[in-house]
Design a protein around this ligand. Structure first.
Ligand code: NAD
Ligand code: UGA
Length: 463
């Protein structure tokens, strides 16, 4: 069968896999190839056990795989055959040299650019799907045109806004698709070609064109704004606990102002995920590079409040459990950084678990999807950790439960049964405010929500 277009994606991760699966699913007339340097990951994409858990993903992969969706390690061949190449490799925070701990590590992205230049024989449209510092497209263009004069490349910025756990819904019905291009004839043609791909299922008015630098920057700023809302409400949660206010009531009242809106105002143990912290730190780094220190400090505050919130949660556990956790058994309900994913990157649960182990607590970790990742995150600190999928079994004999991921099923558990099986006094720390706190208190639990007064059977002054 001949296809209308050959599309390649380099990087078969959380973004590359689902995004390309959606394009293949919506556009049977295109051939979509996803390549990666990691053969294990590719083998998983070709198996029944996909490398990531994402509701609805399996169904669309199954329906397109082998027809117009392919996963392979043949990167060079993929480059030769494709007209449009998405680059969706990882861009983590740099851990070495200049900008360590702040700047984006562009080594994977640069290797890809060099490899494209080396193997391309015909015109290619290169689409930046990874989240990149502003002005990266310029560097990409320079790498691509160094020493391969015969071949022309047009670079577009097309950042991805999907959230894990809702990736398929977000890809199928996105708020917007952003395409940044240069205002050259080649840039405009490339933008039109990519617009035509998305227009197969996304209404044209939601496909937004911009200049390439605005597009790169918009992605960092979108994540910074989202994370800022969480840090804003989390900072207020600390005040609510002191002032006997209820953060959910405050969030509702504030969010009902249509200028503010009610989303992303759930106070929590802190935000996690592979991107918020990394992208904000990258934004901070760029601001410092341009000597905009006040702007950098402002955004760095979002990350600092998040660290403070995690720390506060841990210290609250320690102080309310009589300032010692040594030998106590704590059940962690939820290790993923949010519900409906098995991803644990930057999950607050990692820090909580490490710190509880430092306090010599014994841990039982439960999660419906993330136990494999939890094991690898806690490698080396895991002598006192058990991994138990069944939450009832996990809580048995524990002194405390910490709810760290907002999985729906955790709100539905039979807590009376759990209470009976626990050591007394029994504590519950609801890091996601998903439980019925007064009901738990009536069962006998000492309950510590986020941003609300605690429900305790002890005299608060004696805690
Ligand atoms: P990931 O780590 O899951 O996937 C990246 C993949 O790229 C890995 O499988 C890796 O093996 C592969 N890779 C690295 N170098 C390669 C090379 N030279 N050639 C071929 N393959 C290579 O990362 P991710 O979560 O998919 O994120 C990718 C990018 O998308 C990042 O820039 C991230 O900021 C951005 N992003 C992520 C999300 C998300 O929800 N995870 C959402 C929006 C944007
Ligand atoms: C986030 C953005 O929402 C996506 O638009 C973006 O594409 C993506 O980052 C990225 O660039 O990687 P994601 O991290 O997958 O998506 O998930 P979110 O739903 O944004 O949640 C992030 C963290 O914030 C989670 O730990 C979540 O539990 C927490 N959160 C979210 C809160 O604590 N409170 C809220 O009100 C909302």
């Amino acid at each position: 069968m001949t296809f209308e277009r050959n599309i390649l994606c380099i990087g078969a991760g959380y973004v590359g896999g689902p995004t390309m699966a959606m394009i293949a699913y919506k556009c049977p007339q295109y051939r979509v190839m996803v390549v990666d340097v990691n053969p294990e990951r590719i083998a998983q994409w070709n198996s029944d056990q996909l490398p990531i858990y994402e509701p609805g993903l399996e169904q669309i992969v199954r329906s397109a795989r082998g027809k117009n969706l392919f996963f392979s390690t043949e990167i060079e061949q993929g480059i030769r055959e494709a007209e449009i190449i998405f680059v969706s490799v990882n861009t983590p925070t740099k851990t070495y040299g200049a900008g360590a701990g702040m700047a984006a590590d562009l080594q994977y992205w640069e290797k890809t650019a060099t490899q494209i230049r080396k193997h391309a024989r015909t015109h290619k449209i290169i689409v930046e799907k990874s989240t990149l510092p502003v002005k990266t497209a310029q560097a990409m263009q320079r790498i691509l045109s160094a020493g391969n004069e015969g071949v022309k490349f047009d670079v577009l910025s097309n950042p991805e806004f999907l959230a894990e756990g809702t990736a398929i819904k977000d890809l199928e019905d996105p708020d917007r698709v952003l395409i940044g291009s240069e205002e050259t004839p080649g840039g405009q043609r490339a933008r039109e070609m990519l617009t035509a791909v998305y227009a197969n299922w996304v209404p044209r008015e939601r496909i937004v064109a911009s200049n390439i630098w605005s597009s790169e920057l918009s992605k960092l700023v979108a994540n910074a704004f989202l994370a800022q809302r969480i840090s804003s409400i989390n900072s207020i949660s600390a005040l609510c606990e002191k002032a006997d206010a209820d953060v959910e009531e405050v969030a509702r009242a504030v969010g009902m102002d249509s200028r503010v809106g009610n989303k992303f105002l759930n106070a929590s143990v802190g935000f996690g995920g592979s991107c918020f912290k990394k992208d904000i730190l990258n934004l901070v780094y760029i601001c410092r590079f341009y000597q905009l220190h006040e702007v950098a400090d402002y955004w760095e505050g979002v990350v600092k409040i998040n660290e403070y919130q995690k720390e506060r949660f841990i210290l609250n556990m320690l102080s309310t459990m009589f300032n010692t956790l040594a030998g106590k058994r704590v059940c962690i309900l939820g290790f993923a950084f949010k519900a409906n994913t098995g991803d644990t990157r930057e999950s607050p649960a990692i820090l909580v678990a490490q710190r509880l182990i430092e306090e010599k607590a014994e841990l039982v970790i439960s999660d419906p999807q993330a136990l494999r990742n939890a094991r690898s995150d806690l490698k080396g600190v895991d002598e006192n950790i058990a991994y138990v999928e069944d939450p009832y079994e996990a809580a048995e004999g524990c002194n405390a439960i910490a709810v760290l991921t907002e999985w729906d099923q955790y709100a539905q558990l039979d807590y009376a049964r759990i209470f009976k099986s626990m050591r007394k006094p029994a504590f519950i720390f609801d890091g996601r405010n998903i439980l019925d706190h007064s009901k738990l208190f009536d069962m006998g639990f000492n309950v510590f929500p986020i941003g609300k007064p605690a429900y305790t059977h002890f005299d608060a002054d004696n805690l």
